[in-house]
Design a protein around this ligand. Structure first.
Ligand code: HSE
Length: 301
């Protein structure tokens, strides 16, 4: 049996929802798994020149976790990845690889794990749930850890598709999540926590209602962006440019990309942001995307 797994890009944090909010975007990695006599891995598209086509690949390591849990030997497979999610950009490329591997192995093992078990295992591999949860479930997902288990709650969107347009700006800058997490403080003032708690709730409401005016007022954050933005050349200026162009903007995940929401498709937002990154010396790509209400898909052929 041949299996195809499709997993969407995700943008985590969404401003004040640090490690809690994540949104699935309409940009998909597709991976095909075909039974074979020997292992092979072919990678096309984003990151093809950087990703090692061997069993240490994150997709394969994630598959191995499911086979280990099942106490079974992983079969030889021909794996073909078509990657559209930029690597190390803050768009959930590693979450997509993890979910791809877990779902592929699970399909080959006749759904040995439940969706909740997949979400927990994915979070354990990734270290935080806010990309893997929307990659699996689609849409806007709020996640938290409770007694070692992930709670992933999808906020069912009513108006995402029609009233919110997403621009993602990806500067060519190496800013690994590990480094982006290491620069954060261990303790924060109570007023910063309060600032973020209230705004994170309002961000979910604004995205659910498609209320861009509210979103623009509440996307500001005190827990991670003030520490990360100064380390990414041009990021602060690009965020200001998005706001001046009428968008609500934030770091996408840990960066270095930025995400901007607008009520209509407006290429001026991406151009204004790109200009600022390029003034800081970084070549930059712009993606205009929709939100994906659908999460990862498994096709059996
Ligand atoms: N919530 C995580 C962080 C997302 O900001 O570090 C990383 O992709």
């Amino acid at each position: 049996m041949k299996i195809k797994i499709k997993v969407p890009a995700t943008s985590a944090n969404l401003g004040p929802g640090f490690d809690a909010l994540g949104l699935a975007l309409d940009l998909w990695n597709e991976t095909e798994f075909t039974p074979a006599d020997t292992f092979s891995l072919r990678i096309e598209g984003e990151g093809a020149e950087r990703l090692a086509p061997n069993p240490r690949n994150l997709i394969v390591r994630s598959m191995q976790k499911v086979y280990d849990a099942a106490g079974k030997q992983m079969p030889a497979l021909e794996i073909h990845c078509l990657n559209r999610i930029p690597l190390g950009a803050g768009l959930g490329s590693s979450a997509a690889a993890i979910i791809t591997g877990l779902l592929a192995a699970n399909a080959l093992l006749d759904s040995f794990l439940s969706n909740d078990e997949i979400l927990n295992l994915a979070t354990e591999i990734e270290g935080h749930p806010d990309n893997v949860a929307p990659a699996l479930m689609g849409g806007l997902v709020v996640s938290t850890m409770n007694e070692g288990e992930v709670i992933g709650h999808k906020i069912v969107g009513t108006s995402h598709d029609s009233s919110l347009h997403v621009t993602i700006v990806v500067p060519d800058f190496h800013f690994p999540t590990k480094q982006a997490r290491a620069v954060l403080p261990k303790h924060v003032p109570m007023k910063d926590a309060i600032h973020n708690i209230s705004r994170a709730v309002l961000v979910t409401e604004a995205l659910h209602d498609g209320d861009l005016d509210l979103l623009a007022k509440v996307m500001d954050d005190t827990l991670h962006q003030p520490y990360r933005l100064p380390l990414i050349p041009g990021a602060r200026e690009a965020m200001d440019a998005a706001k001046q162009a009428g968008a609500a903007a934030a770091l996408s995940g840990a960066g270095p990309s930025l995400i901007a929401f607008a009520s209509k498709r407006d290429s001026g937002i991406g151009s204004a942001m790109k200009r600022e990154f390029e003034s800081a010396g970084l070549s930059t790509r712009v993606f205009e995307l929709g939100v994906s209400e659908e999460g990862a898909k498994v096709e059996r052929k």
